[in-house]
Design a protein around this ligand. Sequence first.
Ligand code: GBH
Length: 480
Amino acid sequence: MAKAGLPSDFLWGFATASYQIEGSVDVDGRGPSIWDVFCDKGGKIADGSSGAIACDSYRRTAKDIELLRSCGAQAYRFSLSWSRIIPLGGRNDPINQKGLDHYVKFTKDLLDAGIVPLITLFHWDLPQALHERYGGMLNKQEFVADFANYARIVFEALGPYIKYWVTFNEPWCSAVLGYNTGIFAPGRTSDRSKSSEGNSTTECWVVGHSILVAHGAAAKIHREEFKSRYGGEIGIVLNGDWAEPWDSESKEDIEACERRLEFAIGWFADPIYHGDYPASMRKQLGVRLPKWEEKDIALVKGSNDFYGMNTYCANYVRHRTSLPQDDDFEGNVDLLFENQKGEKIGPDTQSAWLKPYPPGFRKLLNWIYHRTGRPKILVTENGTSIKNENDHKLPEILDDDFRVTYYKDYIHAMAEAVAEDGVNVKAYFCWSLLDNFEWADGYETRFGVTYVDYEDEQKRYPKKSAKEVKSIFEKYVGKA
Ligand code: GBH
């Protein structure tokens, strides 16, 4: 039997993101973000909804803190809405003190409740004005300067209270889903049935590059202007799921798995930890992948104090024999849920892409740890939706054994990676504290450990998983 345990200073809690929970989109001077506009276009969100009300968390901060306490959470990861703090987003635009004060108060209230706050500066809700003014993240120079300004304002106001800063959540999603497939805001793509603008072969690579440089710029500001005053650490959060070969005997499929992980994770991790994009990406993308200017890579290389890891599931990966398409972003592979023997990687959930595979978590922790030179890892998101959860009645929904099993198995896999394999994981956040606005899937897909009744004043009902997570961690913490 493999050992399983976590260190005694291990931190665990729950995560959310501003646009998915806050609502109050035109309250206290908030400016619109690209997600407000994207939702309003129509036809983009499964149930035609938006984050206009969401979980009403902007007005229910006290309730959310009470909920966190009742779950025994030690920490809470949340994101800031840039356009609440700077409604137009830019470095020469006015600051909205009310927006900033809201987050200062919330942070202090969390600390008073004994909960460690972890702040994400950017979880996809770019101020709409920056998109309109210069194309947002397509314009590296402007975007980096504006993000740096926003970061500095936030570090100034919240520096004394924050131990862990995340610059960007999942740049892969902003780049690929926002500028290649177009299923996320701002919805740019070459597919003219979805968007009149966009170029899927180039824009995602440009956007990814801008985000990396903006991350590096913010990290430099944090280290040079704030770290000695307030302490704290800064990192980026990358998403990625484990890849198993479709044919475990095939050298090509094993290589395809590696390439898949490089396209998903190495794209961002390699510049930060090694100073350049993966060779497999250079080979496939050629000049479409931006070259590193010296001053930019100097900002990016070495910019992480910790590695923020989001992961949910795994895929079988099969190599392709055809040449890569120009808009391919996956490394010219097929992503499958069954292997050559017809075995499924995991059970269905409400999310088409998500089939739980706990052993993949341990393997991916190892892959990332060794690829990136053994950094401190914080698991900043992990969780699941449940097939047809939304169709059930409240009592059944609250009895979310599927989610409880998911957390048991995933946390166990992590505890093995730590105790058995020596991977340095220091924190873990369940996605999510609340059912919330699940982006293009709207409200029908629920990821919360807490049920939110959208028909009845966003009332919260903790599910079984909300209570179980605490006892799961009690089994492991202090045992490694
Ligand atoms: C996280 O991303 C997000 O950070 C969080 O906001 C979100 O609520 C949570 O997942 C649950 O979805 O639709 O086939 O193009 C997780 C990584 C990568 C998972 C993109 C969904 C879309 C696949 N995501 N993927 S598809």
